[in-house]
Design a binder for this molecule. Structure first.
Ligand SMILES: Cc1ncc(COP(=O)(O)O)c(C=O)c1O
Length: 385
Protein backbone atom coordinates (compact mmCIF):
# COMPACT_ATOMS: atom_id res chain seq x y z
CA UNK A 1 0.00 0.00 0.00
CA UNK A 2 2.94 2.37 0.55
CA UNK A 3 3.41 4.64 -2.46
CA UNK A 4 7.17 5.02 -2.88
CA UNK A 5 6.73 8.51 -4.37
CA UNK A 6 5.22 9.88 -1.16
CA UNK A 7 6.21 9.87 2.47
CA UNK A 8 2.69 9.11 3.63
CA UNK A 9 -0.78 8.24 2.42
CA UNK A 10 -4.39 8.51 3.49
CA UNK A 11 -6.77 5.59 3.65
CA UNK A 12 -10.48 6.23 3.20
CA UNK A 13 -12.72 3.48 4.53
CA UNK A 14 -15.85 2.91 2.45
CA UNK A 15 -17.40 0.60 5.02
CA UNK A 16 -16.96 3.17 7.81
CA UNK A 17 -18.61 5.81 5.63
CA UNK A 18 -21.46 3.43 4.79
CA UNK A 19 -22.00 2.58 8.46
CA UNK A 20 -22.03 6.27 9.41
CA UNK A 21 -24.71 7.00 6.85
CA UNK A 22 -26.77 4.05 8.03
CA UNK A 23 -26.55 5.37 11.57
CA UNK A 24 -27.33 8.97 10.59
CA UNK A 25 -30.30 7.88 8.49
CA UNK A 26 -31.60 5.83 11.38
CA UNK A 27 -31.51 8.95 13.55
CA UNK A 28 -32.79 11.47 11.04
CA UNK A 29 -35.54 9.36 9.51
CA UNK A 30 -36.96 10.30 6.16
CA UNK A 31 -34.97 13.43 5.43
CA UNK A 32 -32.66 14.04 2.52
CA UNK A 33 -28.97 14.25 3.38
CA UNK A 34 -26.73 16.70 1.55
CA UNK A 35 -23.13 15.61 1.89
CA UNK A 36 -20.99 18.65 2.78
CA UNK A 37 -17.72 18.25 0.89
CA UNK A 38 -16.12 21.68 1.23
CA UNK A 39 -12.45 21.84 2.27
CA UNK A 40 -11.63 18.92 -0.05
CA UNK A 41 -14.32 16.85 1.68
CA UNK A 42 -12.88 17.78 5.08
CA UNK A 43 -9.49 16.56 3.92
CA UNK A 44 -10.80 13.18 2.77
CA UNK A 45 -10.69 14.13 -0.93
CA UNK A 46 -13.62 15.26 -3.07
CA UNK A 47 -12.86 12.71 -5.77
CA UNK A 48 -12.69 9.87 -3.24
CA UNK A 49 -15.76 10.78 -1.19
CA UNK A 50 -18.27 11.57 -3.96
CA UNK A 51 -18.29 8.05 -5.52
CA UNK A 52 -18.58 6.45 -2.07
CA UNK A 53 -21.39 8.81 -1.07
CA UNK A 54 -23.20 8.26 -4.37
CA UNK A 55 -22.94 4.50 -3.90
CA UNK A 56 -24.71 5.04 -0.55
CA UNK A 57 -27.57 6.87 -2.25
CA UNK A 58 -26.44 10.46 -1.65
CA UNK A 59 -27.44 12.71 -4.55
CA UNK A 60 -26.89 16.19 -3.11
CA UNK A 61 -23.52 17.78 -2.35
CA UNK A 62 -22.81 21.09 -0.61
CA UNK A 63 -19.60 23.00 -1.27
CA UNK A 64 -18.31 26.41 -0.25
CA UNK A 65 -17.07 27.78 -3.55
CA UNK A 66 -17.21 27.58 -7.32
CA UNK A 67 -13.86 25.78 -7.61
CA UNK A 68 -15.14 23.04 -5.30
CA UNK A 69 -18.35 22.84 -7.34
CA UNK A 70 -16.27 22.38 -10.51
CA UNK A 71 -14.16 19.66 -8.86
CA UNK A 72 -17.36 17.93 -7.74
CA UNK A 73 -19.04 18.10 -11.15
CA UNK A 74 -16.01 16.35 -12.63
CA UNK A 75 -16.49 13.37 -10.32
CA UNK A 76 -20.28 13.11 -10.08
CA UNK A 77 -21.69 10.16 -12.02
CA UNK A 78 -25.31 9.93 -10.82
CA UNK A 79 -26.49 13.38 -11.87
CA UNK A 80 -26.29 14.54 -8.26
CA UNK A 81 -27.04 18.16 -7.39
CA UNK A 82 -24.29 20.57 -6.31
CA UNK A 83 -25.03 23.57 -4.11
CA UNK A 84 -22.59 26.42 -3.41
CA UNK A 85 -23.09 27.81 0.11
CA UNK A 86 -20.46 30.54 -0.09
CA UNK A 87 -18.28 32.14 -2.71
CA UNK A 88 -19.36 32.44 -6.35
CA UNK A 89 -18.96 35.56 -8.46
CA UNK A 90 -18.42 36.90 -12.00
CA UNK A 91 -17.69 34.24 -14.63
CA UNK A 92 -17.92 31.52 -12.01
CA UNK A 93 -21.52 32.51 -11.30
CA UNK A 94 -22.36 32.28 -14.98
CA UNK A 95 -20.68 28.87 -15.09
CA UNK A 96 -22.82 27.77 -12.14
CA UNK A 97 -26.05 28.88 -13.85
CA UNK A 98 -25.06 27.23 -17.12
CA UNK A 99 -24.21 23.97 -15.35
CA UNK A 100 -27.25 23.75 -13.11
CA UNK A 101 -25.24 24.37 -9.93
CA UNK A 102 -27.40 26.05 -7.31
CA UNK A 103 -26.07 28.72 -5.00
CA UNK A 104 -26.96 30.75 -1.94
CA UNK A 105 -28.24 34.29 -2.28
CA UNK A 106 -27.33 36.43 0.72
CA UNK A 107 -27.19 39.84 -0.96
CA UNK A 108 -29.25 41.43 -3.71
CA UNK A 109 -26.13 42.18 -5.78
CA UNK A 110 -25.63 38.46 -6.33
CA UNK A 111 -29.26 38.12 -7.30
CA UNK A 112 -28.80 40.78 -10.01
CA UNK A 113 -25.77 38.87 -11.29
CA UNK A 114 -27.81 35.67 -11.31
CA UNK A 115 -30.48 37.37 -13.43
CA UNK A 116 -27.87 38.57 -15.91
CA UNK A 117 -26.29 35.12 -16.09
CA UNK A 118 -29.71 33.53 -16.65
CA UNK A 119 -30.45 35.94 -19.50
CA UNK A 120 -27.06 35.33 -21.11
CA UNK A 121 -27.09 31.55 -20.82
CA UNK A 122 -30.77 30.93 -21.39
CA UNK A 123 -30.79 28.77 -18.25
CA UNK A 124 -32.69 29.47 -15.05
CA UNK A 125 -30.55 30.40 -12.04
CA UNK A 126 -31.16 27.91 -9.22
CA UNK A 127 -30.99 29.75 -5.95
CA UNK A 128 -31.32 29.20 -2.21
CA UNK A 129 -32.36 32.26 -0.21
CA UNK A 130 -30.25 32.39 2.93
CA UNK A 131 -32.07 34.12 5.77
CA UNK A 132 -30.32 36.06 8.52
CA UNK A 133 -31.50 34.51 11.77
CA UNK A 134 -28.80 35.57 14.22
CA UNK A 135 -25.45 34.26 13.03
CA UNK A 136 -24.58 37.58 11.41
CA UNK A 137 -22.22 36.06 8.88
CA UNK A 138 -24.16 35.96 5.63
CA UNK A 139 -27.93 36.02 5.20
CA UNK A 140 -30.66 38.36 3.99
CA UNK A 141 -32.76 40.49 6.29
CA UNK A 142 -34.91 43.64 6.32
CA UNK A 143 -35.13 45.77 3.22
CA UNK A 144 -32.62 43.70 1.30
CA UNK A 145 -34.71 40.58 1.86
CA UNK A 146 -37.86 42.42 0.77
CA UNK A 147 -36.26 43.77 -2.41
CA UNK A 148 -34.72 40.38 -3.22
CA UNK A 149 -38.11 38.82 -2.86
CA UNK A 150 -39.58 41.31 -5.28
CA UNK A 151 -36.86 40.57 -7.81
CA UNK A 152 -37.46 36.82 -7.49
CA UNK A 153 -41.22 37.14 -7.82
CA UNK A 154 -40.89 39.40 -10.88
CA UNK A 155 -38.46 37.07 -12.62
CA UNK A 156 -39.81 33.56 -12.26
CA UNK A 157 -38.84 32.95 -15.89
CA UNK A 158 -35.18 33.44 -14.95
CA UNK A 159 -35.03 32.18 -11.39
CA UNK A 160 -35.87 28.88 -9.76
CA UNK A 161 -36.22 29.11 -5.99
CA UNK A 162 -34.70 25.80 -4.92
CA UNK A 163 -34.49 26.50 -1.23
CA UNK A 164 -34.89 28.62 1.85
CA UNK A 165 -32.10 28.15 4.36
CA UNK A 166 -30.05 29.41 7.27
CA UNK A 167 -27.12 28.25 9.42
CA UNK A 168 -27.02 28.03 13.22
CA UNK A 169 -24.34 29.70 15.28
CA UNK A 170 -22.92 27.10 17.61
CA UNK A 171 -25.39 24.22 17.72
CA UNK A 172 -22.51 22.05 18.96
CA UNK A 173 -22.50 23.58 22.43
CA UNK A 174 -25.24 23.74 25.03
CA UNK A 175 -23.90 27.14 26.05
CA UNK A 176 -25.46 28.46 22.82
CA UNK A 177 -28.83 26.80 23.51
CA UNK A 178 -30.76 30.04 23.81
CA UNK A 179 -29.10 31.59 20.78
CA UNK A 180 -29.92 28.54 18.67
CA UNK A 181 -33.52 28.47 19.95
CA UNK A 182 -33.87 32.12 18.97
CA UNK A 183 -32.50 31.34 15.53
CA UNK A 184 -34.94 28.48 15.04
CA UNK A 185 -37.80 30.74 16.08
CA UNK A 186 -36.63 33.54 13.82
CA UNK A 187 -36.26 31.17 10.87
CA UNK A 188 -39.71 29.70 11.35
CA UNK A 189 -41.32 33.13 11.68
CA UNK A 190 -39.59 34.47 8.58
CA UNK A 191 -40.42 31.35 6.59
CA UNK A 192 -44.13 31.60 7.51
CA UNK A 193 -44.13 35.27 6.53
CA UNK A 194 -42.50 34.50 3.18
CA UNK A 195 -44.97 31.71 2.52
CA UNK A 196 -47.83 34.09 3.25
CA UNK A 197 -46.34 36.35 0.58
CA UNK A 198 -46.52 33.51 -1.91
CA UNK A 199 -42.94 32.27 -1.72
CA UNK A 200 -42.78 28.57 -2.61
CA UNK A 201 -39.28 27.12 -2.16
CA UNK A 202 -38.74 23.55 -3.30
CA UNK A 203 -37.03 22.65 -0.01
CA UNK A 204 -36.23 24.14 3.38
CA UNK A 205 -32.88 23.29 4.99
CA UNK A 206 -31.10 24.64 8.05
CA UNK A 207 -29.24 21.89 9.91
CA UNK A 208 -25.55 21.00 10.02
CA UNK A 209 -24.42 17.84 11.90
CA UNK A 210 -24.74 19.34 15.37
CA UNK A 211 -28.15 20.86 14.75
CA UNK A 212 -29.49 17.72 13.07
CA UNK A 213 -28.26 15.56 15.96
CA UNK A 214 -29.28 17.81 18.85
CA UNK A 215 -32.29 19.77 17.60
CA UNK A 216 -34.56 17.40 15.61
CA UNK A 217 -36.91 20.26 14.67
CA UNK A 218 -34.13 21.75 12.51
CA UNK A 219 -34.04 18.78 10.11
CA UNK A 220 -36.90 20.01 7.90
CA UNK A 221 -36.61 18.79 4.25
CA UNK A 222 -32.84 18.32 4.06
CA UNK A 223 -29.87 18.29 6.43
CA UNK A 224 -26.39 19.45 5.40
CA UNK A 225 -24.08 16.92 6.99
CA UNK A 226 -20.33 17.48 7.05
CA UNK A 227 -18.26 16.19 9.96
CA UNK A 228 -20.60 13.39 11.11
CA UNK A 229 -20.55 11.55 7.77
CA UNK A 230 -16.76 11.30 8.18
CA UNK A 231 -17.31 9.57 11.52
CA UNK A 232 -16.43 12.49 13.78
CA UNK A 233 -18.54 14.45 16.22
CA UNK A 234 -19.02 18.20 15.88
CA UNK A 235 -18.03 18.43 19.56
CA UNK A 236 -17.57 16.28 22.62
CA UNK A 237 -20.82 17.68 24.00
CA UNK A 238 -22.80 16.51 21.01
CA UNK A 239 -21.21 13.08 21.32
CA UNK A 240 -22.03 12.75 25.01
CA UNK A 241 -25.59 13.88 24.45
CA UNK A 242 -26.19 11.37 21.68
CA UNK A 243 -24.24 8.43 23.06
CA UNK A 244 -25.62 8.56 26.57
CA UNK A 245 -29.16 8.96 25.32
CA UNK A 246 -29.34 6.38 22.55
CA UNK A 247 -26.35 4.17 22.30
CA UNK A 248 -25.54 3.08 25.82
CA UNK A 249 -22.00 4.41 25.60
CA UNK A 250 -20.89 2.80 22.33
CA UNK A 251 -19.75 5.26 19.70
CA UNK A 252 -21.97 4.73 16.63
CA UNK A 253 -19.72 6.80 14.33
CA UNK A 254 -16.64 5.32 12.70
CA UNK A 255 -13.58 7.24 11.60
CA UNK A 256 -13.34 7.15 7.80
CA UNK A 257 -9.80 8.49 7.51
CA UNK A 258 -6.45 6.95 8.44
CA UNK A 259 -3.06 8.53 7.81
CA UNK A 260 -0.03 6.33 7.49
CA UNK A 261 3.66 6.66 6.80
CA UNK A 262 6.75 4.48 7.18
CA UNK A 263 10.09 4.38 8.93
CA UNK A 264 12.67 6.13 6.74
CA UNK A 265 15.72 5.16 8.81
CA UNK A 266 16.70 4.02 12.30
CA UNK A 267 19.55 5.33 14.43
CA UNK A 268 20.99 4.64 17.90
CA UNK A 269 21.74 7.63 20.12
CA UNK A 270 23.83 7.58 23.31
CA UNK A 271 22.93 9.05 26.69
CA UNK A 272 23.29 12.83 27.11
CA UNK A 273 22.84 13.73 23.48
CA UNK A 274 20.40 16.25 22.01
CA UNK A 275 18.15 14.85 19.32
CA UNK A 276 17.23 16.96 16.30
CA UNK A 277 17.32 20.76 16.09
CA UNK A 278 18.32 22.80 19.11
CA UNK A 279 18.08 21.38 22.58
CA UNK A 280 14.44 20.33 22.71
CA UNK A 281 15.19 16.72 23.61
CA UNK A 282 18.11 15.43 25.69
CA UNK A 283 18.55 11.66 26.02
CA UNK A 284 18.82 10.32 29.57
CA UNK A 285 19.55 6.77 28.38
CA UNK A 286 20.67 5.14 25.14
CA UNK A 287 17.75 5.33 22.72
CA UNK A 288 16.81 4.19 19.26
CA UNK A 289 15.11 6.81 17.08
CA UNK A 290 13.41 6.40 13.73
CA UNK A 291 12.91 9.15 11.19
CA UNK A 292 9.51 9.39 9.52
CA UNK A 293 9.16 11.43 6.29
CA UNK A 294 6.26 13.58 7.50
CA UNK A 295 6.64 17.08 8.87
CA UNK A 296 4.76 20.31 9.25
CA UNK A 297 4.82 20.82 5.47
CA UNK A 298 2.55 17.77 5.36
CA UNK A 299 0.12 19.04 7.99
CA UNK A 300 1.78 17.33 10.98
CA UNK A 301 1.90 20.34 13.26
CA UNK A 302 5.15 21.61 14.74
CA UNK A 303 3.13 21.91 17.97
CA UNK A 304 3.44 18.15 18.19
CA UNK A 305 7.20 18.46 18.85
CA UNK A 306 8.02 16.26 21.88
CA UNK A 307 4.28 15.66 22.20
CA UNK A 308 2.78 13.73 19.28
CA UNK A 309 1.96 10.03 19.46
CA UNK A 310 2.26 7.57 16.60
CA UNK A 311 1.94 3.80 16.28
CA UNK A 312 4.71 1.54 15.04
CA UNK A 313 5.05 -2.24 15.27
CA UNK A 314 1.84 -2.40 17.27
CA UNK A 315 3.12 -0.01 19.96
CA UNK A 316 2.29 3.55 20.82
CA UNK A 317 5.36 5.76 20.82
CA UNK A 318 6.30 9.44 20.98
CA UNK A 319 7.61 12.13 18.73
CA UNK A 320 10.99 13.23 20.09
CA UNK A 321 12.45 16.66 19.47
CA UNK A 322 11.14 19.26 17.07
CA UNK A 323 8.89 18.31 14.17
CA UNK A 324 10.80 19.46 11.07
CA UNK A 325 9.39 20.75 7.83
CA UNK A 326 9.58 17.37 6.12
CA UNK A 327 10.27 14.81 8.80
CA UNK A 328 10.00 13.91 12.44
CA UNK A 329 11.84 11.60 14.79
CA UNK A 330 10.10 9.03 16.95
CA UNK A 331 11.38 7.03 19.91
CA UNK A 332 11.45 3.35 18.94
CA UNK A 333 13.63 2.10 21.80
CA UNK A 334 10.89 -0.17 23.11
CA UNK A 335 9.66 -1.31 19.69
CA UNK A 336 11.64 -4.41 18.93
CA UNK A 337 12.98 -5.02 15.41
CA UNK A 338 11.87 -1.71 13.98
CA UNK A 339 13.31 -1.34 10.53
CA UNK A 340 13.21 0.86 7.49
CA UNK A 341 9.87 0.55 5.69
CA UNK A 342 7.80 -0.40 8.75
CA UNK A 343 4.35 1.17 8.85
CA UNK A 344 3.91 4.25 11.07
CA UNK A 345 0.30 5.23 11.85
CA UNK A 346 -0.23 8.95 12.42
CA UNK A 347 -4.03 8.73 12.58
CA UNK A 348 -5.75 5.37 12.72
CA UNK A 349 -5.29 1.95 14.25
CA UNK A 350 -2.52 -0.59 14.47
CA UNK A 351 -2.86 -3.70 16.61
CA UNK A 352 -4.56 -2.85 19.89
CA UNK A 353 -3.98 0.88 19.67
CA UNK A 354 -5.32 3.81 17.76
CA UNK A 355 -4.62 7.50 17.38
CA UNK A 356 -7.94 9.28 16.93
CA UNK A 357 -8.46 12.52 15.01
CA UNK A 358 -9.71 14.02 18.27
CA UNK A 359 -6.59 13.11 20.26
CA UNK A 360 -4.49 14.54 17.45
CA UNK A 361 -6.64 17.70 17.48
CA UNK A 362 -6.47 18.06 21.25
CA UNK A 363 -2.69 17.90 21.30
CA UNK A 364 -2.47 20.60 18.66
CA UNK A 365 -5.29 22.69 20.11
CA UNK A 366 -7.21 22.41 16.85
CA UNK A 367 -10.77 21.53 16.03
CA UNK A 368 -11.25 18.17 14.29
CA UNK A 369 -12.36 20.23 11.30
CA UNK A 370 -9.04 22.08 11.20
CA UNK A 371 -6.88 18.99 11.69
CA UNK A 372 -8.55 17.32 8.71
CA UNK A 373 -8.42 20.19 6.26
CA UNK A 374 -4.77 20.83 7.04
CA UNK A 375 -3.80 17.47 5.53
CA UNK A 376 -2.41 18.48 2.13
CA UNK A 377 -4.24 17.58 -1.05
CA UNK A 378 -1.18 16.02 -2.69
CA UNK A 379 -0.91 13.16 -0.20
CA UNK A 380 -2.34 10.13 -2.04
CA UNK A 381 -5.80 9.02 -0.93
CA UNK A 382 -6.51 5.33 -1.20
CA UNK A 383 -10.04 4.00 -0.92
CA UNK A 384 -10.21 0.73 1.04
CA UNK A 385 -13.13 -1.36 2.18
C1 LIG B 1 -23.64 26.52 5.86
C2 LIG B 1 -23.12 25.22 6.38
N1 LIG B 1 -23.91 24.16 6.41
C3 LIG B 1 -23.49 22.96 6.86
C4 LIG B 1 -22.19 22.78 7.32
C5 LIG B 1 -21.75 21.43 7.81
O1 LIG B 1 -21.35 21.47 9.15
P1 LIG B 1 -20.90 20.15 9.92
O2 LIG B 1 -19.60 19.74 9.33
O3 LIG B 1 -20.74 20.59 11.32
O4 LIG B 1 -21.97 19.16 9.70
C6 LIG B 1 -21.33 23.88 7.31
C7 LIG B 1 -19.95 23.72 7.81
O5 LIG B 1 -19.37 24.52 8.44
C8 LIG B 1 -21.80 25.14 6.82
O6 LIG B 1 -21.00 26.22 6.80
Amino acid sequence: MINPMHGSYIEISQSAYRDNLTYLRSRFGDVRISSVIKGNAYGHGISEIIPIAESCGINHFSVFSADEALASKEVIRNGSTVMIMGDVDGDALEWAVENGVSFYIFESERLELALKAARRTGMKAKIHLELETGMHRTGLAGKELASSLEIIQNNTNLIELKGLCTHYAGAESVSNYLRVQNQIKSFNQKTSELKRKGVRPEIIHTACSAAALSYPETRMDMVRIGIAQYGLWPSRETMMKVITRDWKNADPLKRVISWKSRVMSVKKVKTNEFIGYGNAYLTDAPVKVASVPVGYAHGFSRNLSNLGRVLVNGKRTSVVGIVNMNMMLIDVTSCRDVKKGDEVVLIGSQGRYSVSVSSFSELTNNLNYETLVRIPRNIPRIVVD
